[in-house]
Design a protein around this ligand. Sequence first.
Ligand code: ADP
Length: 357
Amino acid sequence: MFRSARIKLTAWYLLTIMLISIVLSLAVYHSSTFEIRRGLYRAAMQDNAGRLHLQLPHGSTPPPRPVPNSLFAGPFPPPPPGFNEQLFAEQKQRVAMQLGVLNLGILGLAGLAGYLLSGRTLKPIEEMLDEQKRFVSDASHELRTPLTAMRTETEVALLCNKLDPADAKEVLESNLEEIGKLQLLADNLLTLGKYEAATYKLNVANVDLAEVFEDALERVRPMAQARNIELESSINSSIVLHADKEPLTRMFVIFLDNAIKYGLENSKVIMSAHTLKNKAVISIQDFGIGIFADDLPHIFNRFYRVDTARTKTGATGYGLGLSIAKDIIDLHHGNVAVTSTPDEGTTFTVTLPHVFS
Ligand code: ADP
């Protein structure tokens, strides 16, 4: 598809350049042949004048024949005697040949440049479409897994002639678990779609960062308690951001959720903030399994999950959390950095602009 689009675009570039080149060449041809003709005309007239001068009585001069001095100064008068028609035809042919060769060169060069340029023009669109395709195929794959599990369990249960209530309950419970996963996936996909929509606008207001910290910590507290992880938070002064509170809280919940999920039981998670040159610098630090250096560049990609066999965790997720967090940071014109040491822990550092402290 992109090959034919590239060829079409090249053809359009070529057509435009060649049209310009042909129009310019015609103009050059006309002005050059005009000058050649004028030169030959003058030469013939001077010749004639010399001859007439010899024949005329002493003191009288021959009447001058008018020669147009510009392309637009009217038509040439009929050629005077002695006008070298053959030389004129040869010169005209020579100019036409030179312009033809020049146009052929331009055709070749413009074709090559057009092909390269159209490749460059289409590359970002091609990459975007590839990513979109990958996203759809990853999402379909993630949707199919719980659906297949539910279908298999239901079919096996239906094949059983005498399904006792305990077994039926077990099947329903398992299906409910899969439905929960599907719901989580659908929520994540909708959230991602919302933040990535071109029409999405933040509802910006002055937001107290301490309040956002409190809300986010409140939402993850039950999970932290279940893993006996202590939540510590510190802000060195009152920081007010120009931001949208809801997505901002969601972003911190994602980082905290991961810090607890991938943190070691009985460890702690530290969330802290300080200001630096009109910016808020917020870090979320855990003491957990860490992330391998070769996974670090990819963790913000959609559906990217570190191989659970390598990390030996049963933590579930779809690899969409960090993509959503990154979208929220981008919407706030901030940035995020991550440092991690396997088996020691991970620190995410988010920098957000527009601080009034
Ligand atoms: P998930 O839902 O799988 O957690 P995320 O997008 O939030 O998806 O994270 C992507 C991957 O990055 C995770 O699968 C995990 O392997 C890794 N990761 C994220 N945060 C941490 C962390 N604090 N410690 C260790 N690994 C992490």
